[in-house]
Design a protein around this ligand. Sequence first.
Ligand SMILES: *Cc1c(COP(=O)(O)O)cnc(C)c1O
Length: 390
Amino acid sequence: MGIKVEIAQRLKKLPPYLFIEIDKKKKEKKDAGKDIIDLGVGDPDTPTPDYIIKKLCQEVENPNTHRYPLGKGLSSFREAIARWYKKRFDVTLDPDTEILPLIGSKEGIAHMPLAFVNSQETALVPDPCYPPYKSGTILAGGNPYYMPLLEQNDFLPDLDAIDSQVAKNAKIMFINYPNNPTGACANKDFFERVVSFAESNNIIVAHDAAYSELYYEEPKPMSFLEVEGAKGVGVEFHSLSKTFNMTGWRIGFACGNKDVIAGLAKVKENIDSGIFEAIQHAAIEALEIETDHIDELLKMYKQRRDVFVDGLNSLGWKVAKPKATFYVWTPVPPGYTSIELSDSLLEKADIVVTPGVGFGENGEGYIRVALTVDEMRLKEAVERIKKLHE
Ligand SMILES: *Cc1c(COP(=O)(O)O)cnc(C)c1O
């Protein structure tokens, strides 16, 4: 007979999954043998570089890596992260207290509110955004307060528009630049304003820098921690996923304020048992060995971006080229909602994209296109969209 399984209230509070219909249609099309061009998921299509794979294979054969991983990750990994940070951002980090390896940055991001947000307390969350800021807050019993990311503000939150009472009571502010889904970048001036906002309201800043290495124009994206006072207010999340095509490996890290790092570490001590050490060794290799991997990767995404954006603009669309990330935040032509356009692209052109509203209310009016298929396929996508115009 069995029991009646009822999920906890906190699960019921998670926002509804908006892509059910699209996923269903995508599956039907695939089953019917249609040639789908999937620009929906932000998952690199090219493989992890060979030198990283070789290192993993070598370390897998070493029995020392087979046991429970050590507490806060290998000290050699944390030291490699500190060296990479110094070299890339000229920021000095203490490997013992200011760096925490993660099982992918999503894991750390989703656990942040569990460490710092009490029941019914607030986290400031961008809208549109990468979903874990919102779901992590809700799972911890907190309430997200949305900061709209609008084109007229270069997709930066307007800190002056945040209700002052809300700001006083908020525990965490999530920000993310280069930004998913908008592709926007932040400058030093913005980060400085965030530091002073955080200081005046006693808020922990959690900056997600997963796309810091995927940029097409100078100046390079900066680290939040480069800004004066940043280490006093927050942490930054990094990931090897996008930089080294390692999404399936699950490895990233948080760094910055030592009290915040300690809080997050305490949650993790009680939930997970670390990252497979062979993967940590491979990650050291990724950060330490100089190759032309990143240059090649950026050249590839830039070409894809240009083919796709120039292609759509030649059809009369009005699409801006992102300066960073592999997403094109594409304005929806008049007469459609983002869901209607996504639906219609799938229905009539066998193209999968993500409707902007799926990332939050202020994502309405856009679709997110991930440049994670090759140039030929992007040309084909533009051709198919062209036919819709005829
Ligand atoms: C892909 C992505 C990440 C990386 O997640 P991992 O768990 O490290 O694979 C983090 N933040 C954003 C905004 C992303 O798009």
